[in-house]
Design a protein around this ligand. Structure first.
Ligand code: HEC
Length: 174
């Protein structure tokens, strides 16, 4: 049994300690227990954006993979690192392609996914279940994409979400 006294500490015998000593110890233990959980957010993994909504944010306007998403993937839009830098079998570092087989060059190969993601890569109508969205948000496991950043901004992420919510259409060669 934990014996402690609030306010007054008995001088004689020194057997009863003030409650705050126990409280402080308990707090320190809780902090220690939580430390590894905080540690899972490593800088190289990228911030994880867990919130996700399947709904199309603008059903009146259709997103085009070729004209709006491909340019972000290809580095034609200032900011994010091009996916092709690591996910092409013929150019760049090939780091991501070698690790997973995920080939970003054509929409057909994007739809095939990689070794771990395969059919889950794009689930038409279900952006939050689509591994490509989870990788872009850092919630799939492994590194957030593009690995090392800079990552897609909220608007760019929403384009990918809306495109998949709308059925993820597009020709194989886009
Ligand atoms: C700097 C290199 C690099 C860049 C840039 C990059 N990736 Fe990756 N990617 C990797 C590596 C390495 C892996 C394997 C390790 C991992 O999943 O964390 C990977 C894995 C993936 C996977 C998982 C495939 C599987 O089946 O396991 C997907 C999906 C992915 N990347 C998508 C993208 C997208 C989309 C972009 C662009 C927005 C991108 N990556 C940019 C290096 C990169």
């Amino acid at each position: 049994m934990v014996r402690c006294s609030i306010g007054r500490v008995r001088a004689r015998g020194n057997r009863v300690r003030p409650c705050f000593t126990y409280a402080a110890t308990a707090l320190a233990l809780v902090a220690l227990a939580l430390a590894p959980a905080c540690g899972t957010i490593e800088p190289e993994v990228g911030e994880r954006l867990s919130a996700c909504v399947d709904a199309d944010s603008n059903p009146a306007v259709k997103v085009s993979f070729k004209d709006q998403i491909r340019p972000i993937m290809a580095g034609k839009v200032p900011g994010p690192t091009p996916c092709g830098m690591c996910h092409s079998p013929v150019a760049g570092t090939m780091e991501g392609f070698n690790a997973t087989g995920f080939d970003i060059r054509k929409l057909a190969s994007v739809r095939k996914g990689g070794r771990n993601t395969s059919d889950d890569i794009i689930v038409p109508g279900k952006p939050c279940e689509s591994a490509i969205v989870q990788k872009l948000k850092g919630t799939y496991g492994g590194a957030r994409m593009p690995k090392g950043g800079p990552y897609w901004n909220a608007e760019q992420l929403q384009l990918m979400i809306d495109w998949i919510a709308e059925g993820a259409s597009g020709a194989d060669d886009e």
